[in-house]
Design a protein around this ligand. Structure first.
Ligand code: AMP
Length: 389
């Protein structure tokens, strides 16, 4: 069994997965780390339980996971540990066995992902202390996009500067895009090498990727996960010239402007109501003007990105919807396909309505549009098993 650990800036998610079957024996989530109401929840076939976390930090969350593994008699069955790492920088184009050198390189990427990589490093070092006899593997969010061609991954900045300061479009959500692309190939019964796909991972964070023959050739997130689509609280693309202007008129420093674009914009900022798509759909149906506009802008930006990816792909075999919104919102999917009818999408209304809460399916009678549930933990477990067996 593989222990999968995913340390976020204020959360720790984990799963114990039998990699041969994909069965999850125990899962859990520690949330609100750093706050007084930090809490860890465990879920297994026998039920759900929660504990307050004291102290309220990542280390105590991992300690609680290890204790629970022992209580559930799973600890001795763990054969390897897989860690989600957000940023692999220019170093990693695939998952890697964690050695001292690999850990140093993950640390070297901390300046590129200051909120995430330090938490990832902590997750690795604390679990290595508990399980020193096991091999640990890092699975990177950026790795899938590492080999995007230069014309897609570079910004139009002086090239020497890009080289010297590691400035490029890294892309994120790579594990999810890779998982759903492989799943789509299975569902279409064609090898990935023969498929041109566009995958739209639409959750609180959102990105879209053009995948040609199993390789990411362009993606909407860039140097940071702020670029691209409109997200829950992130603006996505804005004119770079807007940043100094906002700083000046709002009297904000760089951190203030970055915070505004990352935490107060997107669906939340436009609607002035919520970052939650479900809540916005309800409010829009009740006539809330901001909610309606937020959803309209979300779909328009997404449709534009999808259409633009016909440039690197030439033709499209299938579009994939995934993530909380992609897997559940028949409304968003319908709006997007309607705007892309020139690409021969024809909405199958009943399939669209039934693809919710884990039900996968093709919702278009023209060009295929698959709803596929992402499973990053499963893929992390697979990579970990492969690199450690
Ligand atoms: P994630 O970050 O992948 O967990 O996705 C979170 C997003 O999925 C939130 O905006 C939720 O409102 C959205 N979501 C989940 N279920 C639904 C649903 N049934 N309809 C619309 N949006 C949903």
């Amino acid at each position: 069994m593989i222990l999968v650990i995913n340390c976020g800036s204020s959360s720790v998610k984990f799963a114990v997965i039998a990699h041969e079957t994909g069965e999850q024996h125990l899962t859990g989530l520690a949330e609100k780390l750093g706050s007084a109401d930090a809490l860890i929840t465990f879920k297994s076939a026998t039920g759900k339980s929660s504990l307050p976390l004291v102290p309220n930090n990542h280390e105590s969350a991992i300690n609680a996971v290890i204790t629970e593994l022992k209580v559930a008699n799973l600890f001795d069955h763990i054969t390897a540990v897989g860690h989600r790492v957000v940023h692999g920088g220019a170093f990693f184009h695939e998952s890697s066995l964690i050695t001292a050198d690999v850990l140093d390189k993950i640390r070297a990427c901390e300046t590129l992902a200051p909120l995430h990589n330090p938490a990832n490093v902590l997750g690795i070092t604390v679990s290595q202390q508990h399980l020193p006899q096991l091999k640990h593997v890092a699975v990177f969010d950026t790795a899938f996009h590492h080999d995007m061609p230069e014309h897609a991954h570079l910004y139009a900045l002086p090239r020497a500067l890009s080289r010297e300061h590691q400035v490029r479009r890294y892309g994120f959500h790579g594990t999810s895009h890779r998982f759903v692309a492989a799943k789509a190939a299975e569902l279409i019964s064609k090898p990935q090498s023969e498929l041109n796909l566009i995958s739209a991972h639409l959750g609180n964070g959102a990105s879209v990727t053009a995948i040609k023959g199993g390789i990411s050739v362009d993606t909407s997130m860039g140097f940071t996960p702020l670029e691209g689509l409109i997200m829950g609280t992130r603006s996505g693309d804005v004119d770079a010239g807007l940043l100094p202007y906002l700083g000046q008129v709002l009297n904000l420093d760089n951190t203030g402007v970055t915070d505004l674009l990352n935490k107060k914009s997107g669906l939340l900022g436009i609607s002035d109501l919520s970052n939650d798509c479900r809540e916005l759909e309800q409010a829009a149906a009740d006539g809330h003007v901001g909610a309606k506009l937020a959803l309209e802008m979300f779909c328009y930006r997404l449709a534009k990105y999808i259409a633009s990816y016909l440039v690197p792909l030439g033709h499209l075999d299938a579009l994939i919807f995934t993530g909380g919104i992609g897997e559940n919102s028949s409304f968003i999917r319908a709006q997007v396909l309607k705007q892309l009818s020139f690409l021969s999408f024809t909405l199958n209304e009943s399939a669209n309505q039934s693809c919710v809460r884990g039900q996968a399916g093709n919702i278009s009678t023209g060009t295929a549009a698959w709803v596929i549930n992402t499973d990053e933990e499963w893929l992390i477990a697979q990579d970990t098993a492969q690199l450690t067996s």
